[in-house]
Design a protein around this ligand. Structure first.
Ligand code: CMC
Length: 428
C-alpha cells in the first residue's frame, strides 16, 4: 500500500517515488517508473537492497533471527507440525484441518511413482555422477513425460504439476542414490509417510523388509520442514526468473536445483561437513579460524554467515538440538559434533565474526545428522532440493497467479568499449 513517498532530485528535477509498506519488515521505495522519469537505472548487483517481488509466503527478520511461514514461526512449525502440513500451509496459505491434511497427503502419495521410462534415463549417467547432476537432468526431463501438466495458464495443471514435483522428488532423489551404489531402484510404498517412504526407497532393498526408525523419520521430516522455503534466496529467485518467461514448471525447478548446488547456497551443507572432517580434532580449530579471517586465503567457514541473518539462524538452533537427539537415539558418537560445537563457540567469541555478524546457518549442523542417518555427503544438497521444492513451487505459483506478472529482465551498467569500427582480420 503506497501512502508515503520520497523525492529524488536528479539534474534539478524532483522525482517522487512512492513508498510501499508491507505487513512487517522495512518499507520499499517503488522505483518502477524511475527509468521512464529520469533516464537512470539503479545499480544493485547481488540484490542487497532490492526487493524483486511481492510475496505472502515467507518473512525473515535477519537482525532478530526470525523466520515465519505464512505468519507461523519456524520454531513452532518444526516442533509441532509435519513436513506435509508445512507444505500444505505454503501452498494454500492456511494450516490444514485434519481432513484437509489427510486428503493432501493422499493426493501427494498418488503421484510418488515415476514414469517407468525414466528408470532407463538414469542409466545414461555415469555411476559416479554427482546426484545433484542426476537430479538436474531428471527433473528437467519430467517436462518430456508429463505433458498434461505443462500449460501454466491453467491453474488445474499448475496444481497437478506442483503435486507431482513434491511427490516425485523423494523418488528421484532415492533413485539417484541407488544408482550411485549399484542397488536396484525401490518403488514407493504409499502406506508410509512422505519421509518414511523416502527412507525406505533410499536404504531399503527389495530382498528384505525395511523398518522405518521413527526417531530418524521424525528428525528427517523436521530437516525437510527447516528447508521448506526461505523467501527470495538465489535458487528461488532463479525459479521465479525462469518461470517469468512462461517456461514449464519442471524446467523451472531444474533451474532452481542447478542454482542450489553452489557451495555458497545449498552446497554448503556438503562443504560444511567436509570442512569439519578436514579439521578433524578441536586442537586444529584455531588454525582454520585464522585461515577464515585471512584476507589472502579464500577459505571460509562453511555453514557460517548469511546474506540476510545478522543473528543466529533460527533453523540452526533447531538443527543443533536435533543433532543431539539423533546422535543419542542412534547411539552414534561422532567426534565431529564436538569439533562443530567448539568451532561455533570459538567463532562466536572472535572479534572478526562478532564484527561481521557471522553466525552458524542451517547448513552448519545438518550434515552431522544426515551423516549419522547414513547419507553420503553428496546426497546432502539433494535432500535440501527435495525439501525446497515445495517452496519453489509455491513461489512459482504465486508469481504466475499474479495478474501483473512480467518477464524478469534486469538492466546493467555497461563498462565495455563504446561503438568502434571493425578491423579486418588481415589488418590485425
Ligand atoms: N567465513 C569467513 N568470512 C566470512 C564468511 C565465512 N563463512 N562469510 C562471510 N564472511 C566475510 C566476508 O569475507 C566479508 O568480509 P569483508 O567485508 O571483509 O570483505 C563479509 O564477511 C561479508 O561477506 P559477503 O560474502 O560479502 O556476504 P554475502 O552476504 O554476500 O554472503 C554467504 C553470504 C552465505 C554467501 C557467505 O556468508 C558465505 O560464503 N558463507 C559460507 C557458505 C555458506 O555457509 N552458505 C550457506 C548459506 S545458508 C543456506 C543457503 O542459503 O543455502
Amino acid at each position: 500500500m503506497a501512502d508515503k513517498a520520497v523525492t529524488l532530485t536528479i539534474d534539478n528535477q524532483a522525482i517522487e517515488l512512492p513508498i510501499i509498506t508491507g505487513t512487517v519488515g522495512p518499507d520499499v521505495i517503488d522505483i518502477r517508473k524511475l527509468y521512464a522519469q529520469s533516464d537512470r537505472f539503479t545499480f544493485d548487483p547481488g540484490f542487497t537492497s532490492t526487493a524483486s517481488c511481492e510475496s505472502q509466503l515467507t518473512y525473515i527478520d535477519g537482525d532478530q533471527g526470525v523466520l515465519l511461514h505464512r505468519g507461523y514461526s519456524i520454531e513452532q512449525l518444526s516442533e509441532e507440525s509435519s513436513f506435509m502440513e508445512v507444505s500444505y500451509l505454503l501452498l494454500n496459505g492456511e494450516l490444514p484441518s485434519k481432513a484437509e491434511l489427510k486428503d493432501f497427503s493422499y493426493t501427494i502419495s498418488r503421484h510418488t511413482m515415476l514414469h517407468e521410462q525414466l528408470a532407463t534415463f538414469y542409466r545414461g549417467f555415469r555411476r559416479d555422477a554427482h546426484p545433484m547432476a542426476i537430479m538436474c537432468g531428471v527433473v528437467g526431463a519430467l517436462s518430456a513425460f508429463y505433458h498434461d501438466s505443462t500449460d501454466i495458464s491453467d491453474p488445474q495443471q499448475r496444481t497437478i504439476a506442483s503435486h507431482r514435483l513434491i511427490a516425485k522428488m523423494p523418488t528421484i532423489a532415492a533413485m539417484a542414490y541407488k544408482y550411485s551404489v549399484g542397488q536396484p531402484f525401490m518403488y514407493p510404498d504409499n502406506s508410509l509417510s512422505y519421509t518414511g517412504n523416502f527412507l525406505r526407497m533410499t536404504f531399503g532393498v527389495p530382498a528384505e523388509h525395511y523398518e522405518v526408525n521413527p526417531v530418524v523419520e521424525q528428525a528427517l521430516d523436521r530437516i525437510f520442514t527447516l528447508h521448506a522455503d526461505h523467501e527470495q534466496n538465489a535458487s528461488t529467485s532463479t525459479v521465479r526468473l525462469a518461470g517469468s518467461s512462461g517456461a514449464n514448471p519442471f524446467a523451472c525447478i531444474a533451474a532452481g536445483i542447478a542454482c542450489l548446488w553452489g557451495p555458497a547456497h545449498g552446497g554448503a551443507n556438503e562443504a560444511a561437513l567436509n570442512m569439519l572432517r578436514e579439521i578433524g580434532t578441536p586442537d586444529k580449530i584455531p588454525h582454520y579460524i585464522a585461515r577464515a579471517k585471512d584476507k589472502n586465503d579464500p577459505f571460509r567457514l562453511m555453514g557460517f554467515g548469511h546474506r540476510v541473518y545478522k543473528n543466529y539462524d533460527p533453523r540452526a538452533t533447531v538443527m543443533q538440538k536435533t543433532v543431539r537427539e539423533v546422535l543419542t537415539a542412534l547411539n552414534v558418537k561422532d567426534p565431529i559434533f564436538e569439533v562443530a560445537m567448539q568451532l561455533e563457540e570459538m567463532a562466536l567469541n572472535d572479534p572478526y565474526f562478532i564484527e561481521k555478524k557471522l553466525f552458524p546457518n542451517v547448513d552448519f549442523y545438518s550434515g552431522i545428522i544426515l551423516s549419522a542417518i547414513g547419507f553420503p555427503t553428496t546426497m546432502f544438497t539433494v535432500l535440501f532440493a527435495l525439501a525446497r521444492t515445495v517452496g519453489w513451487v509455491a513461489q512459482w505459483n504465486e508469481m504466475i497467479s499474479d495478474p501483473g506478472q512480467k518477464i524478469g529482465r534486469p538492466r546493467q551498467l555497461y563498462t565495455g568499449p563504446a561503438q568502434r569500427d571493425y578491423v579486418p582480420l588481415s589488418k590485425r
